[in-house]
Design a binder for this molecule. Sequence first.
Ligand code: SAH
Length: 416
Amino acid sequence: MNAYDGIRIASMLRGMGFAETPDVSDADIIILNTCAVREKASNKVFSELGRIRDIKKPDALFGIVGCVARESGADAFRRIPSLNFVLGPQSYHKLPEIIENPDAKLLNVDLSGLEKFDELPDMTDGPAAAYIPIQEGCDHCCTYCIVPYTRGRELSRPFDDVMRDVNAAAANGAIEICFLGQNVNGYKFSLANLIRETAKIESVRRIRFTSSYPTEMTDDLISLFGTEPKLLPFLNLPIQSGSPDVLTRMNRPYSLELYIDIVNKLKAVRPDIQISSDFIVGFPGETDSEFRDTMDIIRLVGYINSYSFKYSPRPHTAAALMKEQIPENIKKARLKTLDAALSEINREFNESCVGKTFECLIEGQDKTGKHLIARSPYMQQVVIPKPESDSGPMISVLITDANKCSLRGKIVRNPI
Ligand code: SAH
């Protein structure tokens, strides 16, 4: 969601005549787009703001947007008085107000729901892989998570509004559409129907969505993985923990049986599907044996490309008040153990890809300019020697080599 917000802000500013600069000290407007999900990222924001304050042009407009802005509100002005604006994740469409009136201070951390989607100017440019948000906020209230506080109650955007954005993204050159939401498969007007409608657009070649909640995985959506070839065979389905008791304390009321049943149904309709997850280790009260349950589930499901975090207590959340907070050294050790196992499974999966041919979407090139960087259907990074002639956005790649982080390959033919 943050990446999407950043893209929209950059596009809005380009439309107002601004151009990007890699040099902060050269910028006329500086916006720090922030995430509050974990404490470390949140803490870094204020030291980064201090650093920028010291090197920016004196009259540059300077502000903070996103979840840390929402979390700190007016306090951000107290901590960094030279800030010109503090805008929450649902109010950054107000940015033109401060550009028109640069001597004012602008504070808006309202949860204005879907307003920004109506107010933001249409995108006139776009990447080959486009994010389309279909939802704001989240109603799940996991006990560790600050998102319901920073992004508010869950709201689904109207179906027609989403399809208008999809069509605009396709007209701007999007080959891949990624539907976004905190609870994306809980989209009120049917994610499955959105995917069906999007798949009808000829120039769209790949469709995916993130991030899903296990109990919202309907049979209709599951069966679509078997019938819709444009839907990538890769799904992020966060389990968070393999211990039923930890899941209860997290207020994630699904059983492991239900979760595994979903994975089995997905594999039955799409045998080549791979699952990724988010994990939290060191949740309050997590015992060694509960942590081992998580280690067991990762071997059982065989997750690839997953995200793993040490539990981080956040303001406005129930888990931050739980007794039995786990000491940092134990959290660290558990994360290391988990990451080693996840890496090993990744390496095995990546190695199993050698000799296969994947349709990949080009993302850019490496620093040397000699290689293209592309994404496989499983979102693996694929490094390919750059061809002499322009290859178009999609390429067929024979995978020749693999390690735990990425693949190498060569173009075998050009499908577009
Ligand atoms: N609905 C989104 C949640 C966004 S946060 C999603 O499912 O991705 C992304 C991930 O950050 C979560 O899945 C969770 O694994 C992790 N996370 C959230 N709050 C956390 C906390 N307090 N400490 C550590 N990790 C956290």
